[in-house]
Design a protein around this ligand. Structure first.
Ligand SMILES: [Zn+2]
Length: 393
């Protein structure tokens, strides 16, 4: 029964997306799958493991230019290669880069396909979420944009209305750009303000192109935003616009870099707050689109302390009961983490110790989070027939 099935897309070959001495270290994905496995999350009833194939040229060129694919293939074998955003500090080239990047896209397509054809109700690809890649340019550690490629696959296979929800600390610029003027795709991104953080886009007034006004929604949050403020912003914006848009399926990019320990950004969430975000996205999918939810990973650079716990919570939320935050991390996993990342503190609990609180926002206050909420609602709510000032939603 699809209603009881969650597809988890996995193959250790997905770890080959490895930029070397670089913040995006695939050990975070390896440790995530190990933690989920040791906690029994992958052995739950209804979990269907899927081994993905690399995305095809046809799949990739729905989003990326064919000459860019050629560049990605060529770059690792040409030591003097420049251009296309490649061979830079952010996007170093590596052997097998095209195949590894295409495999991650294939994994997110496999997740989308399982949910779209009804063989699973929900699906997760923790290795995906490379949301910065552009049509003909690598950006922000991302070579090919797997969420965009999967959304394009869904559109090609009959989907009419797709909602993309991006909770990575960075703006989901590549996905927004791919569908900016497409009224069939709603992109919603909560992120640290572009005034302070890469990629420098994601302002409230980026609302979509002339044929799709209101289908890009951006919530730029001030540095230092904690669980309560972040969840307040989520609940003040996301459910209302997603309900109004009435998608058939939700794709979420669940980058874990909004956590307070993340070394690359300045929001201050806990894993408990991140867990609450995943629960909220699942509830939205249950309410609005019969549970159809495809989740990917994304950023996250606290490789041991944050990402494995956040995405194990994500896998648990997608496969059944959320894990009790008080769950201890298994000894075997702690030993593996210490061995793989010597010197890094290894967490003993699945909680950061503080249950997140949820409050309603207040129009007209000077609180910087509430002002950000107000700006986003003013920019897009009227385009969806919603009242930007109603504090009840
Ligand atoms: Zn990020």
């Amino acid at each position: 029964m699809a209603d009881e099935t969650t597809a988890v897309v996995w193959d250790s070959a997905l770890l080959e997306y490895d930029m070397g001495d670089h913040p995006l270290n695939p050990v975070r994905v390896e440790l995530t799958m190990a933690l989920a496995r040791e906690l029994g999350v992958l052995d739950r009833p209804g979990v269907q493991m899927i081994t993905p194939r690399p995305a095809s040229e046809i799949d990739l060129t729905r989003v990326h230019r064919a000459d860019y694919l050629d560049a990605v293939r060529l770059a690792p074998i040409d030591p003097f290669f420049t251009g296309w955003g490649l061979n830079t500090a952010d996007n170093p080239v590596f052997e097998g880069m095209h195949d590894a990047s295409a495999r991650i896209c294939g994994a997110t397509i496999a997740a989308a396909e399982a949910v779209w054809n009804g063989s699973a109700r929900r699906a997760v690809n923790v290795s995906g979420g490379l949301h910065h890649a552009l049509r003909a340019r690598a950006a922000g550690f991302c070579v090919y944009n797997d969420p965009a490629v999967a959304i394009a696959w869904l559109l090609e296979h009959g989907a009419q209305r797709i909602a993309y929800i991006d909770v990575d600390v960075h703006h989901g610029d590549g996905v927004q750009a791919a569908f900016f003027n497409d009224p069939r795709v709603l992109t919603v991104s909560l992120h640290e303000t572009p005034l302070a953080l890469f990629p420098g886009t994601g302002f409230a007034d980026e609302i979509g192109g002339p044929d799709a006004e209101g289908t890009a929604v951006n919530v730029p949050l001030p540095p230092g935003t904690e669980d309560a403020g972040w969840l307040r912003a989520f609940h003040a914006v996301v459910p209302s616009v997603v309900r109004a848009f009435a998608p058939e399926i939700i794709i979420s990019q669940c980058g874990a870099d909004a956590h307070r320990l993340d070394p690359l950004a300045d929001l201050r969430l806990s894993v408990d707050g991140q867990r609450a975000a995943y629960v909220a996205i699942r509830a939205l999918a249950d309410e609005i689109c019969d549970g159809r939810w495809v989740a990917t990973g994304g950023g996250g650079y606290a490789l041991v302390e944050v990402v494995p716990r956040a995405w194990t919570h994500l896998l648990a939320v997608a496969t059944g009961e959320p894990l009790d935050p008080e769950t201890r991390t298994p000894k075997g996993w702690r030993e593996l983490a210490a061995q793989r990342c010597p010197g890094s503190p290894v967490p003993e609990s699945m909680s950061d110790g503080v249950p997140p609180v949820m409050e309603h926002w207040s129009p007209g206050t000077t609180d910087p989070v509430d002002r950000a909420i107000q700006a986003t609602r003013t920019a897009v709510f009227p385009l969806h027939g919603l009242d930007p000032h109603d504090p009840r939603d």
